[in-house]
Design a protein around this ligand. Structure first.
Ligand code: HEM
Length: 122
């Protein structure tokens, strides 16, 4: 299969690649003053596992996502636009850390942005 046809899951290095990206996203979140207070009571192992699963399943992998849907997960938090952009920036930074290509970064940013109504102002 050429790189053109490979799923986003495959292009990111399947589960091991995505696990590393999820770990770096977590590290970026907890050192980001715009949002780290949101994760004060979170279990890092659990959040990293769920983000890994969501990405694997959503990017074409065989994994099953076992967490809450995005509306249920974020309901009642009243997350604002600044926080949403901060999360997107942390994701892009983690993709850079892992030398992910521009095409993949563009695709992932589009996916994140498409989920905005399921996360913001709930
Ligand atoms: C498209 C963007 C986002 C995605 C894909 C996403 C994904 C997730 C996932 C998979 C979970 C775990 C759900 C579960 O517990 O079953 C979660 C929980 C959470 N998210 Fe998001 N999220 C996004 C944006 C945000 C934003 C902007 C914030 C605000 C800073 C945020 C804060 C949280 C918090 C505080 C939790 C709960 C963690 C816990 O249970 O300890 N998320 N998110």
């Amino acid at each position: 299969m050429s790189t053109e046809d490979a799923s986003l899951y495959e292009r990111l290095g399947k589960r091991p690649g995505i696990e590393q990206i999820a770990a770096d996203i977590w590290d970026n979140h907890i050192s980001n003053p715009l949002i780290n207070n949101r994760y004060a009571a979170s279990d890092p192992v659990e959040v990293k596992r769920l983000v890994t699963e969501l990405c694997c399943a959503g990017f074409g992998g065989p994994e099953e996502y076992t967490g809450k849907d995005m509306i249920s997960a974020h309901k009642g938090m009243n997350i604002n636009e600044t926080e949403f952009v901060a999360v997107c920036d942390d994701v892009l930074k983690a993709l850079d850390t892992n030398n992910v290509g521009q095409r993949e970064k563009d695709e992932i940013l589009c996916i994140l942005y498409s989920m905005k109504p399921e996360v913001v102002h709930l």
